[in-house]
Design a protein around this ligand. Structure first.
Ligand code: ADP
Length: 486
């Protein structure tokens, strides 16, 4: 066979292969002018001849890419460089489809270009899919970054691969190889073991995770967090995607509510006990009286039990009055009936009142300045009686209570000192709170924990001050001031 017919056979084979390829292809001489297009190009453009196709190719190239090609193609021809570029070519129906164009120069042994071979691969679908993915990723990021939820993702090996901006703003920690270690380091030490165990077990079992723990926020403050996560499959297990939200305020509110409910229950327990005791003794007195009235009529004996029953009625009345006072204070309905009176007289009356119910104590008045005050006498006496009664009640092993009435600048200062059990340092700041009792469930000292709260309210309404100093085991001084009007 001759050399010419061999070459023809070779070219036929090349054309066959080139036409069978799913890509569009062309060749050109060193000057860049096309001298061959495969069938793919003819089918795509509808052109029938080489001449037609040479013009058509530039016409169907998208104007944006055409501008670039017109600039870059001559440069590449001159330099003999490879080209790889994405371009849109218009299909017969008028739609532009994305193509990946690659052009390679074939060079002789001296490096001189002898021909150019170009291929164009339709990448439209991939490009669209990628764009859609990018858009959905952008949507996801916008969504995930613009809310208060922390969002995180770990891969199938448990390595954190994504955290949203909320996380970065919350923790100041950024995505890096050490992130998991740093994140666990931010878990409150007492919660850490539980969290690690739970995460590990759920991860290995590929089940949804849920955990509540304290986590260190930027600035060092620990906050209660709630984290949920679900396994993801792609289609094989590909890790977890999870969220974490700051529930600290809700946790605190819940805790406060629980404490309040506990306090309420405690109060109900104490109140029932306090009410039951006088009722029981009253009942006993009345039963005895009933029996006595059947057998004998000794007025002295009968008076004794009537007086005992009355004592209990007084106790009950006091408890109910305290409860009513609290309601009045809470609803802002405590009325004051202000008058001018000599404070000393009032204190004397209170001492006499309290002395009726104590046998073991005596009162010593150290300073006794005569001072006129403008106040609600009944209410202020209620405060004085409460302080004197407490002084006696909380110093069962001592017998002296010291009282001082003195001028302190423009105020009157009244103080009561006992030498009793005193109040521990850490409890002192709560002493004027509603329902507060140092020995909450103590049976030794009866009371509802309302007296000092009511007293403080009464004095505050008079624009006075209340206070105390105390040492555990040594005694306490409770005092209040009232502004002097004259
Ligand atoms: P209570 O009815 O319980 O006595 P208060 O409001 O008068 O209620 O007092 C509140 C609590 O303060 C008491 O339960 C007691 O623990 C403590 N307290 C009050 N006065 C004294 C005092 N003089 N010495 C020691 N503790 C006192």
């Amino acid at each position: 066979m001759t050399k010419v017919s061999n070459e023809m056979k070779e070219e036929g084979r090349f054309r066959f292969i080139a036409d069978a390829m799913p890509h569009k292809m062309w060749t050109s001489g060193p000057d860049g002018r096309a001298n061959y297009y495969n069938k793919g190009w003819y089918d795509y453009t509808g052109a029938r001849t080489l001449e037609e196709l040479r013009i058509r190719i530039w016409e169907i190239l998208h104007p944006d890419e055409r501008k670039i090609a017109e600039l870059e193609w001559p440069k590449s021809i001159a330099a003999g460089n490879d080209i790889e570029i994405e371009q849109r070519f218009m299909r017969l129906d008028g739609e532009y489809l994305w193509h990946l164009t690659r052009v390679c120069p074939q060079k002789d042994e001296n490096g001189k270009v002898i021909m150019w071979v170009g291929t164009c691969t339709n990448i439209h679908e991939q490009k669209k899919a990628l764009e859609a993915l990018k858009i959905s990723e952008q949507h996801f990021k916008a969504l995930s970054n613009n809310n208060s939820l922390i969002i995180w993702q770990v891969n199938e090996n448990g390595i954190i691969t994504y955290v949203n901006d909320t996380w970065k703003n919350f923790t100041e920690l950024d995505l890096d190889a050490q992130l998991m270690v740093q994140a666990l380091d931010a878990v409150y030490p007492d919660d850490l073991r539980g969290v690690i165990e739970k995460l590990r077990n759920d991860f290995l079992a590929r089940v949804p995770m849920q955990a509540k723990f304290r986590f260190r926020k930027m600035g060092g403050q620990y906050r209660w967090m709630l984290s949920y996560a679900n396994p993801i499959y792609n289609p094989d297990f590909a890790g977890y995607i999870g969220s974490m939200i700051d529930i600290d305020d809700q946790e605190r509110a819940q805790k406060a509510t629980r404490q309040l409910l506990k306090k309420r229950d405690e109060f109900l327990g104490i109140a029932s006990h306090e009410l039951k005791t006088p009722i029981t003794s009253m009942k006993a007195s009345l039963q005895i009286l009933e029996k006595l009235s059947q057998v004998e009529l000794d007025p002295a004996k009968i008076r004794k039990f009537i007086s005992m029953a009355n004592k209990q009625v007084k106790k009950l009345t006091e408890i109910v009055d305290d409860l009513l006072d609290v309601t009045r204070i809470q609803s802002g309905k405590m009325q004051l009936n202000l008058i001018n009176y000599l404070f000393q007289d009032s204190v004397k009356d209170c001492i006499s009142e309290v002395m009726q119910y104590t046998i073991g104590h005596h009162f010593v008045i150290e300073k006794n300045e005569p001072i006129i005050v403008f106040a609600d006498r009944t209410r202020v006496e209620q405060v004085i009686i409460n302080l004197l009664s407490n002084a006696i009640k909380y110093s069962p092993d001592k017998d002296m209570v010291v009282i001082n009435i003195e001028k302190n600048g423009n105020d009157l200062k009244f103080s009561v000192t006992d030498f009793g059990i005193g109040i521990p340092q850490d409890k002192q700041s709560f002493i004027f709170d509603r329902f507060f009792r140092v020995h909450e469930s103590s049976q030794n000292f009866s009371g509802l924990g309302l007296g000092l709260y009511i007293s403080a309210e009464i004095i505050n309404r008079h624009k006075g001050k209340v206070g105390m100093e105390s040492e555990e085991g040594k005694g306490s001084t409770f005092w209040f001031t009232l502004p002097i009007t004259n």
